[in-house]
Ligand binder design. Structure first.
Ligand SMILES: N[C@@H](CCC(=O)N[C@@H](CS)C(=O)NCC(=O)O)C(=O)O
Length: 211
């Protein structure tokens, strides 16, 4: 998605994010492209000027949100990584081979469509039920997590081999970041041990460092 910023136009890449959040995957992508950026601490759970500025350019108030030097706004982590990969082919974010790239795009959208939303439901169950009691919301969270873990089992089976690219690309970046939440790693260690070990190896790769 692109939109004009209501605030002053930056002259640099500005990434709205927070430690341990989905912005980590965009940090990896920007670094792979050799792009300098400024980080603004902003998230639903981080009250302050960064969150206010974020909401002015992304009405959902979600991170990652990336503002380009021309002032345009990019949201949706998979779209951001795909855009960076297309703009910077030498970054290795996307495979050169068309067939492998097609499956990589499919994998990125699989995470965005099936895994990330289930994390959001698990984190904010009150948004997804009209029931206001804690036990009712706990049931929504439990169901979201079960669906999330099932989605990751399917991802491991369908896309796991695509994480072998060297250097690791956009799919590995998003998979490592999003699989870190909502009990997914503990589940995968039992359900898909080889894939679980692959994620652990990947997260130690220098391309996937966020500090
Ligand atoms: N569809 C978005 C989801 C982004 C998202 O849910 N981000 C979380 C943090 S990792 C967030 O900002 N949650 C706060 C909220 O939804 O209020 C994407 O793929 O980037």
């Amino acid at each position: 998605m692109t939109a004009r910023s209501a605030s002053s136009t930056p002259t640099e890449w500005v990434l709205y994010g927070a430690p341990g959040s989905g912005s980590a995957a965009v940090v990896m992508g920007l670094r792979a492209c050799g792009l300098d950026y400024r980080m603004v601490l902003a998230a639903t759970w981080e009250p302050g000027p960064g969150r206010d500025a974020l909401r002015r350019i992304n009405p959902l108030g979600q991170i990652p949100t990336l503002q380009a030097p021309d002032g345009s706004v990019l949201t949706e982590s998979a779209a951001i990584l795909i855009h960076l990969g297309l703009q910077h082919p030498a970054s290795g974010l996307l495979p050169v081979d068309p067939a492998r790239r097609a499956q990589t795009l499919r994998g990125l959208v699989f995470i965005a469509a099936n895994c990330y939303p289930a994390v959001g439901i698990s984190d904010y169950p009150e948004r997804w039920t009209t029931a206001s009691t804690a036990p009712a919301q706990a049931k929504v969270r439990a169901a979201a997590r079960a669906q999330l873990h099932r989605a990751w089992d399917i991802f491991a089976d369908q896309f796991g081999a695509l994480l072998d690219d060297e250097p690791p690309g956009a799919l590995a970046m998003l998979a490592v970041v999003v699989s870190a939440w909502s009990g997914t790693r503990a589940h995968l260690a039992q359900a898909r041990p080889a894939f679980s070990r692959r994620l652990l190896t990947l997260q130690a790769h220098r391309r996937l460092a966020t500090d």
